[in-house]
Design a binder for this molecule. Sequence first.
Ligand code: NAD
Length: 381
Amino acid sequence: MKVVVPRELAAGETRVAATPRTVKRMDRAGLAVHVESGAGAASGITDKEFSESGATIVEDRAALLSGSEIVLAVKPPDAATLEQIPSGAVLVATLDPLIEHELVKQLAGHGVSAFSLDMVPRIARAQSMDVLSSMSTLSGYQAVLLASMALPGIMPYLTTAAGTLHPSKVLVLGAGVAGLQAIATARRLGALVWGYDIRPAVKEQVESLGAEFLELIDMSADAEDAGGYAREQSQDQAARQQQAMTAHLAQMDAVITTALIPGRPAPILLTAEMVSAMKPGSVIVDLAAERGGNCELTRPGGSFTSDSGVTILGPLDLPCSVPAHASLMYANNVANFLLYVCRDGRIDVESDDEVVVGTLVTSGGRVVHDRIREVLGQTES
Ligand code: NAD
C-alpha cells in the first residue's frame, strides 16, 4: 500500500505526521512510505534521515499524492491538496469534525475515508493513538513557561543575600491532560499551585501532584460524561463558580486556563470583572483560546494587557513551538493508529471496532460518524 506523508502547508504548522522511526515501523509492516521533500524540515528531520529509514522522497506534490492509498497528515488538506488525493483513499489527520462542518462535507464529497485522530475514544487500548492527550501534554508544559516569562518575577522560593523571593502562586483551571501537566510543570518551577475542575474525579489527581484542589461549588458525578469529558454547566452553576473564584484570583500571580467541552465553545471562567480583581502584573495563559477562550478578554493568537495591568495570553497551536517533540509524539500516535486499523494490508472501514467507529468521519461519499451526522442534521437514513 502506498502511504504518503505530505509537507504541512498551514501557516505556522511545524509538525510532520511521520518520523524516521515510524517510517521504519510502517516499512516493516509492508507499507511503502513516500514522504514529500522538506516535510520534516521544521521538526529538524532531513530528507536523508527519512530516506535512510526506508521512505521514498518525492519532490513533486502531485506525483506524491498520485496513486496514494493512505495519506498521513497533521492538519486537514487544503482544497488543492484534497483534489490531488484519489477518491477512495484513506486520510488520517486531525480534522476537528465536530466544529469543521464544511470540511467534513468536502471530505465526504471527495469520497475519501477520513479518520480524525482527535476523535480517538478515551479507552485504554487507544491511549497510544490519542493526539489530544499527547498535544495537550506539550501545551500544558509550554503554557507554564509562557506564564513564567511574562511574569515580572521568577517562580520559586529563594533565600538569597539580596533578599527573600516568595514563590509565585499559580492557579490552573481545568485539570485534564493539559491542566495536570501545567500543574506538574509549575510545581517543578517551584510555584505554589492550586487546581480546579468541575469533575470530582480530578481532585485526587491534582493533590497527587502536590497542588491544592480548589473546591468552589458542589460538584456532582453528572459533571462528567461516559467518555470522561466534562459536560457543559448550567448558567447558574457557571455564575456561582465565577463568584466563588473571584476571591482566590486576587492572590494569584498566574492563572492557566484549559477548560474545554468537546464540540462546544470554551466555557467562560474568567469575566472582565474577575480579571480586574487580579493583581497588576499577574498573567493569564488561556489554552482554550482556539475555542474562543476561557477568559472574556482573551485575543486568540495574541496578547492583551488589561487596564488594571493583567496580561492575557491566548496562544494557538502551542505544540508547534516544540516541533521535535510534537512530531515525535504525533507521528507515534499516527503509526500506532495506522498499524492498529491496517490488518493484512487493508483497512476495514466497515469494522465495528470501537476505535474505527469512533474516528471514521467519512467513507464511501457520506458522513458515517453518528455524532457528526447528528451535529450536521443528517440523522435519518
Ligand atoms: P478537555 O481538554 O476536554 O478539558 C480540559 C478540562 O477542562 C477537563 O478536565 C474538564 O473537566 C475541564 N472543564 C470543562 N469545563 C470546565 C469548567 N466550567 N470549569 C472547570 N473545568 C472545566 O479534557 P481532556 O484533558 O481531554 O481530558 C478529559 C478526561 O479524559 C480526563 O479525565 C482525562 O484524564 C481523560 N483521558 C482519558 C484517556 C484514556 O483513558 N485513554 C486519555 C486522555 C484523557
